[in-house]
Design a protein around this ligand. Structure first.
Ligand SMILES: [Zn+2]
Length: 314
């Protein structure tokens, strides 16, 4: 009989609950916006409510396990959220204990990028690969790696912070405090900043000059490029170059079979992947090897929470 797995994703902009099984079928899901001042108690109440909602929608009155993804620093062994950049007051919060006592099943916690990496291994392009790197391109840049068939966690559980690799010394300041991190340049926020910073180019662009500053994001840049905007084209070429530099650094260190790319910016599809594949190939120079640059699962964020308990059981 198939297992019923309840998954929660507590992200920076939304909180979602999904009900799925070990084959990756999603039977029901529900989303709510993240509220910064929600606090521990109301977060737990909200998750419990959303959990029962998806169970009801999927016609399940019992579940076997729960996976929780959290956008922030977590201690997976203790099941504790260590720090939470999006929701205030959740530091050192035993989220698995609270949720476990309400549903009476095992609860497993992971950082969201780690969960997405596990989802690629269980359900996605990394299924038959012992060595691959997952990268998420969205507001920020994160990731994870499977090495020799196992998730590589590092000695403090902090491995895979691809976005905080410096690719431009003395570049723009990053949220981590360093300068010129890949995330600060080629993450969603970094892309928007590079557009807005060039005031004369924004003024000369028909599309960008008509936008409010807060409307300019990575999605708008790819959209403008599709409409033939030269400035957007330039910003994307620059972004692709910096991503390629970062990716080739990773390739040179880990020699993976593939780099699997997900996150909101990956939805640009071939507008991103085609030039990125060419740029990575060129940037490898004499260290060339055939590394695949692949698109991550489309519903990776739903599957990630489901994949976490499955990987723990293996
Ligand atoms: Zn950084």
């Amino acid at each position: 009989m198939s297992q019923s797995i309840l998954g929660f994703d507590v992200g920076g902009s939304k909180i979602s609950a999904v009900l799925g099984d070990e084959s990756g079928n999603i039977l029901a899901n529900v989303r709510r916006p993240t509220i910064k001042h929600l606090g521990k108690k109301r977060l737990v109440e909200q998750l419990v409510e959303m959990g029962h909602e998806v169970m009801k929608a999927a016609g399940k009155d019992r579940i076997d396990s729960i996976g929780i993804l959290f956008a922030g620093l977590v201690d997976r062994d203790k099941g504790v959220v260590l720090s939470s950049p999006n929701i205030l007051g959740l530091n050192n919060f035993n989220i698995t204990g609270e949720i476990g006592s309400r549903f009476n099943v095992p609860v497993y916690l992971e950082n969201d990028a780690t969960g997405a990496t596990i989802a690629e291994r269980i359900f996605g392009a990394g299924k038959d690969m012992d060595n691959f790197v997952y990268m998420t391109l969205s507001t920020g840049i994160g990731g994870g790696a499977f090495i020799n068939g196992k998730l590589y966690r590092g000695s403090h559980g902090l491995a895979g912070e691809i976005g905080h690799m410096v690719i431009m010394s003395n570049g723009p300041t990053c949220g981590c405090g360093r300068r010129g991190c890949l995330e600060a340049i080629a993450g969603g926020k970094g892309i928007a900043r590079r557009v807005s910073e060039n005031i004369s180019a924004v003024r000369d662009s028909q599309l960008f000059s008509a936008m409010k500053p807060q409307e300019i994001d990575a999605h708008a840049v790819f959209d403008a490029k599709r409409h033939g905007d030269m400035f957007a084209q330039l910003i994307i070429e620059e972004t692709v170059y910096y991503l390629a530099v970062g990716i080739v650094n990773v390739i040179n260190i880990l020699d993976p079979e593939a780099i699997i790319i997900g996150g909101g910016i990956a939805r640009a599809g071939n507008d991103l992947f085609r030039p990125l594949r060419a740029a990575v190939k060129e940037e490898m120079r004499s260290m060339y090897r055939p590394v695949k640059i692949l698109k991550a699962l489309d519903n990776g964020s739903d599957l990630a929470a489901i994949a976490v308990p499955i990987y723990r059981d293996q």
